[in-house]
Design a protein around this ligand. Structure first.
Ligand code: SF4
Ligand code: SF4
Length: 492
């Protein structure tokens, strides 16, 4: 099988043909005088420098494979728009970072002699679903077998379920929405997807930026909560790796504000490395680890988001269930209406199903309209309406990938390639995505965050830290216009 790091998700590539936007519409490479994106069918590999902790300066690493002549394209994580031109959708340019090497080097050292850092690997539910389908396993089995790989092979201290930081993110998102709504800010757009937030920060004006939530994504909160996961009395600095469904999360981890101060005065990244699902499959292969026959291990975390040893998912969507959760809380707090159990964001507002809505009205006729909107097509339409002041939604769970995070660009691709019969390839890819979604949605639901032992305490501790600090950490992040090298105005 081709190395997963050598290409982006075939599922995404083939099912998103309608959603695809040519990289040349936004990619900075041509603007910097570097190489043009390669012709369809060829692959140019851009190696992107990692942000040093606490600095916005980035070492620029030359392109590994020049596309034409001797030209070397140069791109940095801080320059990339995450425009979906290559990070989330295209087949022309592959963005890679040193994250996998960072993991390998830590794991090798740690397996040989226990590291002086408390190590944490966090598994996103979407990645576990993708691995589960690949090996024909169920979610909990897969997570527990992966725990065996990380803990026994590489001496990782704990493997956690990303639903724990997601629950903290949801709680804070509901609080923020209610505060904003009461303050007259009638539209909030989620910030959990770096694929769209990075793009917005580099191309959009205040009319859009002011609507974006300031809540950290689950990965962002993972970084700030990591020290809380150490056993009491363990003061070792933490080392954190997240397994995520897209390359965009590597860009998110490089945000300059995602760093922590160490007791010795040094600054360390919140998240040390992000590896995609496909890269995890590469790791299993190169370590000759037989996941199917592997034993299942305890994940090693003191928190359980499902109230048992099951590996759970958030109800409502494949992308964290933000709209679902926030609508429930807002409906109760603002209208006194308790919504019934079961998914509520169900009404299809587009043929593809990538736009879904739900409206709750009170007896005075005041309405809350929430939406989930996935893919750059939806994104373009929504941004246009926001700029024109015509957006009718109060809350939008906005994600760059069509179909949401189970269809992220870093997920495992189906075997083969799309160069043969396009129709049958698309069918296979659609079926594969359906299988991933089915495994994902059949996993146990995580409990209401406030009902999970330990989560309320952790949330309260972090909120207290929030009020004691500069007002942003550890649950929030600034949304602001960020400069790129020479990007002009882009029309969408
Ligand atoms: S995601 Fe970044 S590197 Fe890729 S095309 Fe867009 S701007 Fe260029
Ligand atoms: S939708 Fe999800 S998988 Fe896709 S870029 Fe955004 S966060 Fe990543």
């Amino acid at each position: 099988m081709a190395k997963q790091t050598a290409q982006l998700s075939n599922v995404l590539r083939i099912t998103d043909v309608n959603d695809f936007l040519a990289p040349s519409a936004a990619c900075i490479l041509p603007l910097e005088g570097g190489a043009q994106p390669s012709a369809k069918g060829t692959t140019a590999v851009v190696k992107v420098g990692e942000e040093p902790a606490g600095s916005v300066l980035t070492p620029i690493v030359p392109m590994e494979t020049p596309v034409s002549g001797s030209a070397k394209a140069r791109v940095t994580v801080s320059d990339c728009l995450a425009c979906s031109g290559c990070v989330t959708s295209a087949e022309t340019v592959l963005l890679s970072t040193a994250s996998l090497d960072e993991y390998r080097s830590f794991a090798t050292q740690n397996a040989a002699s226990k590291s002086e850092r408390f190590s944490i690997v966090a598994l996103s539910q979407q990645s576990v679903a993708s691995i589960a389908v690949h090996f024909g396993l169920q979610m909990t089995q897969t997570a527990r077998k992966l725990a065996t790989f990380f803990r026994r092979r590489h001496g990782i201290d704990i493997v956690i379920d990303l639903s724990l930081p997601r629950q903290l993110s949801l709680l804070e998102a509901a609080t923020e929405f209610i505060q904003r709504y009461r303050a007259g800010k009638k539209l909030t757009i989620t910030s959990a997807c770096p694929g769209w937030v990075t793009y917005a920060e580099k191309t959009q004006k205040d009319s859009v930026l002011d609507c974006i939530s300031s809540i950290r994504s689950p990965q962002g909160i993972l970084g700030s909560m990591a020290p809380h996961l150490r056993p009491s009395g363990d003061r070792r600095p933490v080392w954190v790796c997240a397994v995520m469904p897209c390359h965009d999360k590597k860009i998110e981890a490089s945000r300059p504000e995602f760093v922590r101060n160490q007791s010795d005065g040094s600054i360390q990244k919140d998240i040390d490395c992000v590896i995609t699902t496909g890269e995890l499959l590469d790791l299993l292969t190169e370590n000759q680890f037989d996941l199917i026959s592997a034993e299942q291990s305890d994940l090693g975390s003191k928190y359980s988001s499902t109230g048992s040893h099951e590996f759970g998912v958030n109800v409502g969507s494949s992308s964290g269930g933000y709209a679902e959760f926030v609508l429930r809380v807002a409906s109760r707090e603002l209208f006194g209406i308790e919504l019934p159990r079961g998914s509520i964001i169900t009404e299809k507002a587009s043929r593809s199903g990538d736009l879904r809505t739900a409206t709750v009205s009170n007896k005075d006729g005041e309405a809350l309209t929430f939406a989930t909107a996935y893919g750059f097509r939806c994104l373009q339409t929504i941004l246009r309406k926001v700029r024109q002041g015509q957006c009718k939604y109060n809350y939008i769970e906005l994600m760059a990938c069509p179909g949401g995070c189970t269809n992220g660009g870093g997920q495992i691709s189906i075997p083969g390639d799309s160069k043969g019969d396009l129709r049958s390839w698309k069918l296979q890819a659609d079926n594969h995505l359906k299988n991933v979604n089915s495994v994902f949605h059949n996993a146990p639901e995580v409990l209401n965050p406030l009902a999970v032992s330990g989560v309320r305490e952790l949330y309260n501790a972090m909120v207290k830290e929030l009020t004691n600090s500069d007002g942003l950490k550890p649950l929030r992040m600034p949304i602001q216009s960020r400069q790129t090298n020479g990007i002009g105005s882009l029309s969408w």
